[in-house]
Every structure is written in C-alpha cells, then in structure tokens.
Design a protein around this ligand. Sequence first.
Ligand SMILES: Cc1cc2nc3c(=O)[nH]c(=O)nc-3n(C[C@H](O)[C@H](O)[C@H](O)COP(=O)(O)OP(=O)(O)OC[C@H]3O[C@@H](n4cnc5c(N)ncnc54)[C@H](O)[C@@H]3O)c2cc1C
Length: 498
Amino acid sequence: MTEHVDVLIIGAGLSGIGAAHQVHSAFPDRTYAILEARDAIGGTWDLFRYPGVRSDSDMHTLGYRFRPWTQAKSIADGPSILSYIRQTAADAGIDRHIRYGHKVVEASWSTKDSKWTVRAEHDGEAVELTASFLYSCSGYYHYDAGHTPDFAGIAKFGGTVVHPQHWPEDLDYKGKKVVVIGSGATAVTLVPAMAQDAAHVTMLQRSPTYIATLPGEDVLANGLRRVLGNRTAYAITRWKNVVLHTAMYQLSRRRPRLVKAALRKMTARQLPKDFDIDTHFKPRYQPWDQRLCLVPDGDLFRAIRHGTASVVTDHIKEFTETGIQLESGAKLDADVVVTATGLRLLAFGGMRIVVDGRLVELPETMAYKGMMLSGIPNFVFTIGYTNASWTLKADLVSEYTVRLLRHMDEHGYVQCAPANDDPSVTEQPLLDFQAGYVLRAINEFPKAGSRAPWQLGMSYAHDVVKLRYGNIDDGVMRFSHGRKLKPVNEVVSSAQSA
Ligand SMILES: Cc1cc2nc3c(=O)[nH]c(=O)nc-3n(C[C@H](O)[C@H](O)[C@H](O)COP(=O)(O)OP(=O)(O)OC[C@H]3O[C@@H](n4cnc5c(N)ncnc54)[C@H](O)[C@@H]3O)c2cc1C
C-alpha cells in the first residue's frame, strides 16, 4: 500500500528544515516526511565547497526566527551554517523524517481524493507517496550544473577549469596563477580566499558590481548577547538588521546617487590612491537593480591592496593553451580558471505538477503572496527575498502555512487554492530583478500579478503584517470540504474562464 503523510516537504535545505520545524511544532500529531534528492542535509550549504564559502547576509536574519544564531561571526562561513542547519534538524528529530536520495519528479493532485501522489526516483527505482499537503522547499537552481557560457577555445586550455558548484576536493592552487571569471557574490568571496595561497588571483569581470564592506562581527549583537542572553539579543539584532537593510534598500531605490556616492567613497578608502575605480568599481546599473555584494571587513579590497589579487574589466575573446586572450588585446596567464559565472534557475526542483490529469504549465499560473499558485490546491513553496535574507521570507511562509492548516482544521476544509478571478490583475515577471541568472530563465517560472496578493513582496515588514496577521480567508483563497462542496479546481477553472 502507498504510504500517506499529512505534509510532504520537498528538500532538506535551510527552508525544508525550517518548514519541518514549524509544521511539526504546531501539529506534533501530524505525519510528515522530507524527500531530499541528495544524500545530505543542508542544500546550498552542503553543495558549495569552494574556498571561503560564506553567507553574504548576516546570520541574525539568515538564521531561523525560532533558533538564535549565537556565534560571534555575523557573516558566517559555509560549514558553520551547515552545522546550524544540521543541529536544528537533529535537536527536533527532523533528521529522522528525511528520506535521502529521493528526487521528486512528479506531483499529481487528485481533487476527488483530496491528495497528492508524489513520484520520486530512488536508487534507479520509482517510489510513490501520497500527501494531503505539499510543501516545496527545493531552492531555486539546478543542482546538477551551474551556468557556464560557451567560451571559445576552452578545450585547448592546458590548465584546470572549475565551476564553484563542483569544487574538486583535491584542487591544489598553492603558488599558482588563478583567474576567477565573474564579479558576483561567489567571485568576491573566492578571490580573497584563494589569494591567501595562490601566486596571484585575477578577478576578470565584464562589468563592475556594487560592493559594500561590512564588519564580519556584529559588536552590538555580541554585546547584547552577554547582557540579555541569546534569545532576546537575537530578536533585537534581527529587527535592528531588518530595519537597517530596509532603510538601505529604500534609500538605494529613492536616492540612488546618494548611495552610489557613499559606496564609492567606501571603496576608494580601501584601495590605493591611484586605483582606477571608474573602470573596475563603477557599475552601469543602479544600486539594488542587482543584489548588492558584501565583503566582510573589506577582505577583497585588502587582497587588492596587498597585491595578491587584482581586477581586470574586459571581455574574453578566447581561451588559449596558457590562459585567456581578452578583447582589448591583453592576455591573462592562468594555471587555474574558476568560472564563477552563476547558477541556472530551476522552479520546484524540476518536478512536473499535474492537477486532475492536466500537466500544469508554470507560466500559466500566478503566484499568490509569493508562496502558492493559482489553481494548484494544497501546495506551498518557498522563494526567499532577493533584497534581504532568504530565511526571513522562508520563516513567514512556514508561519502562514501553519495558520492556513489551522484555519482548514477549524472549518473542516480539506482543500484550498488561490484563484485569480480579477480580470484587472495583469501578469508580471515573478522576479523583478535584473541579474543575468534571473533574466535567463524567468520565463519558465510562474507569473506575478500587478496587485496584491499576486505580487512577490520584497518587504519583510509588509509580509509580517500580511502573512503573520493577515486574513487567511481573504476571498482569493478558496476552500472546500472535499466532495461536500464543489472541488477547488472547478472553482478555480470556472473563475479563470470567467
Ligand atoms: C553560494 C551561495 C551563497 C548564498 N548566500 C546567501 C546569503 O548570504 N543570504 C541569502 O539570503 N541567501 C543566500 N543564498 C541563497 C540560498 O540558496 C538561500 O539562502 C538558502 O540556502 C536556500 O535554502 P533552500 O532550502 O530554500 O534551498 P537549497 O539550499 O537550494 O536547498 C534545496 C534542497 O532541495 C533539494 N531538492 C531540489 N530539487 C529536489 C527534488 N526534485 N526532489 C528532492 N529534493 C530536491 C536539494 O537537493 C536541496 O537539498 C546563497 C546561495 C548560494 C548558491
């Protein structure tokens, strides 16, 4: 007989473990399982193993609301984040509910039975489970490979080429010439970390990125913790950081020139006097059109100052046997080239979603509160903020899910799905974000709408009001008692065709 659980979570990363924690704490008697494609917990924080891997958010907001971050470092290294996730899972017994090596390939909803049938691949075999509620925490990118542009001549390069997503454990770059292609969060992390051992590291970028320096440790947080204890200090620091980041983001959007000038001043202070900031650190876009990169204690600028790292802003013409030929005519010699060229976005871990026998085309759906899909019953997903820490949103999605399940319990509902029957709501891209990895794949994602609740909110304070306290029964979310009432998907499709 097929195993049935009340809540089925997909993915055992930061979001999946947080989701399991909140659902289990609220409903200790409900059954749940986590299907995880890999053989490990932690998702991103287990997959990425490149030198220096770290957060570029502070851990007081990247950590869970329910579990204080107690380490001195606020910008934390990957292994510490992984251990925080693992410990959270172990302390709550969540790890016993994880089925490793289960890659979900299809989730099929039956309105008649009020349940999902979820198919996964495990050791080459097909495994099936059924669930009353499906909670996707599968991240936002392909796990099998990152994005690497087609570089001319790469096959003739005699050195080593690595992508940060697949870092060879035994890669020896000590005393070698390294070129890191890219200028995003990964590149600015890798460059100072590799510069400690390499002969020299060159960051090769097509165009500059905004980079802000932040202290690696939050002195206030560490002081408050000593006086007030972990929990209170964490809550205060979390809100302090939310307010500061929100203010910085809003200022960037409203007064970009002011923020540009401040960032430039900060950069100039950390670089040699004759450094060509206009070429290497003056982006062509406005602050926060793309995610702002953070460097703890200015480590990138320190490496440049010390001469162990440098920046080249140019275009690649082709790889040669010994390095990279640039369009300007210059040449970079390299023993190791790191292609920090980004991720490939993937919605819901690539699984097919079927509702009553009909394959769902994701771009035909609209995201409700950035966490459910129009016409897809009993289905929640996590996509974090692009302008703030992922977990701030992930925590709120879990809180809302718990409230939604409670509401259904109280009224005896077994199905729920948002329905967009307002013809004045127009479609928009789910992420209004100009980063290359977003633009490359956003057409394969669900749409957002022109108005709430169909927008992917990017304001934590606003989402706290809406998701933690807002009405569950808001007229957009449709509920049904199963067979007693009209099944949800009929309500939805008649609404859509209206
Ligand atoms: C290098 C790097 C640094 C980052 N730094 C920050 C930061 O500082 N701040 C920030 O806010 N965000 C950051 N992010 C974004 C980061 O991914 C999120 O913060 C967070 O880790 C996402 O957690 P998640 O659990 O939602 O997704 P993931 O960490 O991606 O975990 C998803 C899990 O789902 C599993 N899965 C996927 N598809 C399937 C399937 N079909 N079946 C079964 N299992 C599946 C995966 O194997 C994985 O374990 C960073 C991302 C990267 C790549």
